[in-house]
Design a protein around this ligand. Structure first.
Ligand code: ADP
Length: 191
């Protein structure tokens, strides 16, 4: 299997690149943010809970997020691999993911990171807020909170995968197709 963690701060382009990668490599895209938003739309219990955190720019609790992710992986037993987008965001999530994949006799192949600096991120998120109507992209305070949470809780997850020799960083600024090519190169040379 080819199991990729697509890593990077809010607004780095993970969703955009995931769409291209799943097509090329025939993978299943699991975006925890997208799954939460789908639940919010359908007004499920999970959606109502997730919304209360997302609206403030906070992380949804690990226990809830991990359980949801596990059930999504279990829904795709014959997949050739996964792109995990927006997960893991904490050390506990990273450990849970390793345990889950191990129980399925597989593992994370690599962590691909889109590296984008903070001023560019804020610009992109505000633009996305205008175009998509996503509530958490329209409020500068919520954007700042998400970036702070990323720096404090999520960025250290990089060390977890670096220690396993699996971290690969790519410049996330430039043409979408150029960034895509850089990601493909990392995948093809590291499979
Ligand atoms: P972005 O990374 O651009 O902020 P996402 O769609 O990935 O957007 O996530 C939106 C929100 O969903 C996050 O701010 C957080 O509240 C919640 N969320 C997504 N993934 C996770 C996760 N793995 N753990 C906890 N909360 C999450």
């Amino acid at each position: 299997m080819l199991n990729i963690v697509l890593f990077g701060p809010p607004g780095a382009g993970k969703g955009t690149q995931s769409e291209k990668l799943i097509e090329k490599y025939n993978l299943v895209h699991l975006s925890t943010g997208d799954i939460f938003r789908a639940n919010i739309k359908q007004n499920t219990e999970l959606g109502i809970l997730a919304k209360s955190y997302m609206d403030k720019g906070q992380l949804v609790p690990d226990e809830v997020t991990i359980r949801m992710l596990e059930s999504e992986v279990n829904k795709n037993p014959s997949s050739k691999g996964f792109i995990f987008d927006g997960f893991p965001r904490t050390q506990a999530q990273a450990e849970a993911l390793d345990i889950l994949l191990k129980s399925k006799s597989t593992s994370i192949t690599m962590m691909l990171a889109l590296e984008v600096e903070e001023t560019e991120l804020k610009k992109r998120l505000l633009l996305r807020g205008k175009e998509s109507g996503r509530a958490d992209d329209q409020n500068p305070e919520v954007i700042q909170k998400r970036i702070d949470v990323y720096n404090n809780e999520t960025f250290p997850v990089k060390d977890y995968f670096t220690a396993q020799g699996k971290y690969k960083g790519v410049n996330g600024i430039g043409e979408i197709s150029e960034i895509f090519n850089s990601l493909c190169q990392k995948i093809d040379s590291g499979k």
